[in-house]
Design a protein around this ligand. Structure first.
Ligand code: MG
Length: 373
């Protein structure tokens, strides 16, 4: 397989691991990273964490676990087509959400507010913290000791202030350099996955209607294709068939535009890729269509009053848990205080960020409901 890779694909880890290890037997370095991610506690918890809906709202909605698997599938398809390193792109995709708080974006915002005077809370940074420090599974090191290229891909965004403290993996943010193409693919595969599954889950939940979505160009054109090609199809299948075709169109567009960009920039090595502007991209038309869809989802799904009510409750839970633990660390389970945090606030943030939706709800009840312990 290695020979089939493009010259600008990541082949082996040039940056290596923070703690040197013997090379793996029978699998690649990035396959070993993937395996470590899958066996981590943070990965299992993704099953009970959500992005838009709260975990107990229905068995059919995406969780961060199924979302991460969808991202990996999309990213691998793109990567294989472009002759890039599929193992690396899979590892990055499966790890990209490990640092997310319970209750999706609402939870992240609330925790960031709580941490304002303590250096803030960024979920990308937290994902890196999980794989570098917080997982306690190995005798020889904290975290999962992943390869540099996997860690680079996990750290999608980062403020300059934080980047300065992160050494090699933060350096690109200060130098204005890009990550590998594999990391760029995982990033946009994430976007393809969530836009499409939020449409699907939005319709399933009844918060969105087909009539509303028919106002959005990207959805409307695919819906018309499906209605045309398959008259009389039942509504559920119309939705799935439309979403399936949208994903396919976006992947195809991304591959085509990225090939154009690569041909124009002519990178020969991974280092050339890092010096180029972002090469993995949608066409300008697809970018416009995507931003229309995102705008629609923000206005009609993420700000739907039923989602807002749940978000408000979720934020109250996070804020109250933070205030309780930060105000009286004796309330923390004894295992929490032993972790590698510089301040109490950071230890509390690590603890809260690691909670699943349902664990946070239960913990809130145990702290605040007089009849629960
Ligand atoms: Mg994601």
């Amino acid at each position: 397989m290695a020979d089939a890779l493009a010259s600008y694909a990541v082949r082996a880890s040039a940056g290596g691991r923070l703690v040197a290890e013997a090379p793996p037997v029978g699998r690649s370095e990035f396959q070993r990273d993937r395996d470590r991610i899958i066996h981590s506690a943070a990965f299992r918890r993704l099953e009970y964490k959500t992005q838009v809906f709260v975990n107990h709202e229905g068995d059919l909605f995406r969780t961060r676990l199924t979302h991460s698997i969808e991202v990996a599938q999309i990213a691998r398809s793109i990567s294989r087509h472009l002759r890039l390193n599929e193992d690396l792109v899979e590892a990055i995709s499966l790890a990209h959400d490990l640092g997310h708080t319970p209750f999706g974006h609402a939870g992240q915002e609330a925790l960031n507010d709580c941490m304002q005077t303590h250096g803030g809370f960024e979920h990308n940074l937290q994902s890196l913290r999980v794989v570098d420090l917080l997982e306690e599974r190995y005798a020889a090191f904290d975290g999962l000791n992943l390869c540099f290229e996997t860690r680079e891909g996990i750290l999608k965004h980062c403020s300059p202030a934080h980047a300065a403290q992160l050494g090699e993996v933060g350096a690109r943010f200060l130098a204005g350099r890009r990550p590998s193409l594999e990391a760029q693919i995982a990033n946009l595969a994430d976007e393809i996955a969530y836009n499409n599954h939020d449409v699907d889950d939005g319709l399933r939940s009844g918060l969105l209607t087909l009539e509303q979505l028919a106002e959005v160009g990207l959805f409307a054109s695919h819906l018309a294709q499906v209605r045309d090609a398959c008259p009389g199809l039942v509504e559920r299948r119309v939705v799935h068939e439309t979403v399936r075709r949208m994903i396919n169109t976006q992947i195809t567009d991304l591959i085509r535009q990225t090939e154009i960009n690569i041909r124009a920039a002519k990178p020969e090595t991974v280092d050339d890729v890092r010096a180029c502007p972002a090469l993995v991209a949608f066409s300008p038309q697809m970018q416009a269509a995507n931003s229309e869809l995102k705008h629609f989802l923000r206005a009609n799904l993420y700000r739907h009053y039923r989602v807002m009510r749940m978000s408000a409750k979720a934020q109250r839970i996070i804020r109250e848990l933070f205030a309780a633990f930060d105000g009286d660390p004796r309330l923390l389970p004894s295992t929490v205080r032993t972790r590698g945090a510089d301040t109490l606030a950071r230890a509390v943030a690590d603890y809260i960020a690691g909670m699943t939706d349902r664990y946070a709800i239960r913990e809130h009840r145990r702290i605040f409901a007089i009849e629960a312990l």
